[in-house]
Design a protein around this ligand. Structure first.
Ligand code: HSE
Length: 404
């Protein structure tokens, strides 16, 4: 029998509790032993809920309970989550978390405590919700050099962009509708400004290359500036606009970014719509592998946490090696990153195309029937070359990157 405690009985924590009860038989069989929730920490009371029998309000009851071998952290936020997780690991208890902010900020430190104490710090649910991606990166893809990771890592923004594309609605209208339906938070900034995606790609990139990628170092652009017109141009090009978190290896250098991209129909991420997430990984031996599924949601995310509990329970007293050193991975400076750019300028194309050609060199004009602006796709150029040329032309309305 393995005793587990859950910190936080919110959406994910209660999902973990529910799955461990509902799927008890199959979990016990596959785990070669029973997993029992011994205690659940929450400040609130839950009258009538089955959790009542195991509810505690004081963390020290869990920290000092020697029978508790695995602790689930589903509180979210950095504090007190970090302090509680660290205390548990220092006592030799394995920790399974869904908290991407915690993992992105303190991953290497918490992993190294787990290694020292011969327990485990596992975080499958922190990226891609129910999609298995952390464990496959650490195990199935372990023989490969990772050349590229490209992910639609946020369900809220993918839903908004999909609705804008399918219904021809503008960003504000779709966001409001998504908030009314409970798909988007009241304060949607972490999603729509790309910060959520940024933390997730920081975690994946750190794991892929074994060193710390600070999310603050990743250039991040959200979807708030995407308009109906951008979507219409994308349609003319047989493409969709998706916010993509990606990192790429070019010889020994790694670049990473979170930006809206024009994705053409032959790209594997093109068909990933609605609240779904997908992560495309390119290994130097395996080639392309894509992981697709629900990137959020109570049961999908909680199932990923339970898979970590099972993994931890099969490795009592054994640390599962995870290479993620605290030394910082130097990313290619943003200005040197190379993309093609789809660009819209105000003015007429007759007057302005020669000016654009002079600044950008060869460009491919794109028509979507608007007389007050003109648009084109540049050749592959660096961010700094783009900035210089765009300044020369002036009147830029918007730009969206395309894979070079
Ligand atoms: N807000 C996130 C999303 C939840 O929309 O995907 C999972 O991190």
């Amino acid at each position: 029998m393995i005793n587990v405690s859950i910190l936080g009985y919110g959406t994910i924590g209660s999902g973990v509790f529910e799955i461990l009860n509902k799927n008890k038989q199959i979990i016990t069989k596959r785990n070669s032993g029973e997993i029992r929730v011994k205690s659940v920490l929450d400040l609130r009371d839950f009258p009538g809920d089955p959790v009542e029998d195991v509810l505690v309000h004081d963390f020290s009851e869990i920290e000092n309970d020697d029978e508790v071998q695995i602790v689930v952290e589903t509180m979210g936020g950095l504090h007190p989550a970090y302090d509680f997780v660290k205390a548990c690991l220092e006592k030799g208890k394995s920790v399974c978390t869904s908290n991407k902010a915690l993992v992105a900020a303190f991953g290497p430190e918490l992993l190294s405590i787990a290694e020292e104490k011969k327990c485990n710090f596992l975080f499958e649910a922190s990226v891609g919700g129910g999609i298995p991606i952390i464990r496959p990166l650490k195990t199935s893809l372990a023989p490969d050099e990772i050349l590229e990771i490209s992910g639609i890592l946020n369900g809220t923004t993918n839903y908004i962009l999909t609705e804008m594309t399918e219904k021809g609605a503008d960003f504000e209208t779709v966001l409001k509708d998504a908030q009314d339906k409970g798909y988007a938070e009241k304060d949607p900034s972490a999603d729509v400004e790309g910060h959520d995606t940024c933390r997730k790609i920081a975690i994946l990139t750190s794991l892929a290359y074994g060193s710390q990628v600070d999310f603050e170092d990743i250039y991040t652009e959200g979807i708030t500036k995407i308009t109906e017109r951008d979507i219409n141009y994308a349609k003319k090009l047989g493409a969709k606009i998706k916010i993509v978190g990606f990192s790429k290896r070019n010889k020994e250098r790694i670049s990473a970014m979170v930006v809206p991209k024009l994705i053409t129909s032959e790209h594997p991420l093109y068909s990933v719509d609605g609240v779904f997430n997908a992560i495309l990984v390119k290994g130097n031996m395996t080639g392309d592998v894509m992981f697709y599924g629900q990137g959020a949601g109570k049961h999908a995310t909680a199932s990923a946490v339970v898979s970590d509990i099972m993994e931890a329970s099969k490795h009592m007293g054994i640390n599962i090696k995870t290479i993620w050193e605290s030394d910082k991975l130097e990313l290619v400076p943003f200005e040197e990153s190379v993309s093609k750019f789809f660009v819209r300028f105000s003015g007429t194309s007759e007057e302005n195309t020669p000016k654009a050609v002079k600044a950008f060199g060869d460009v491919m004009p794109v028509e979507a029937g608007y007389n007050d602006e003109y648009a084109f796709i540049t050749k592959a150029i660096t961010e700094s070359a783009f900035k210089k040329a765009a300044k020369e032309v002036g009147n830029i309305i918007n730009k969206i990157r395309i894979d070079a």
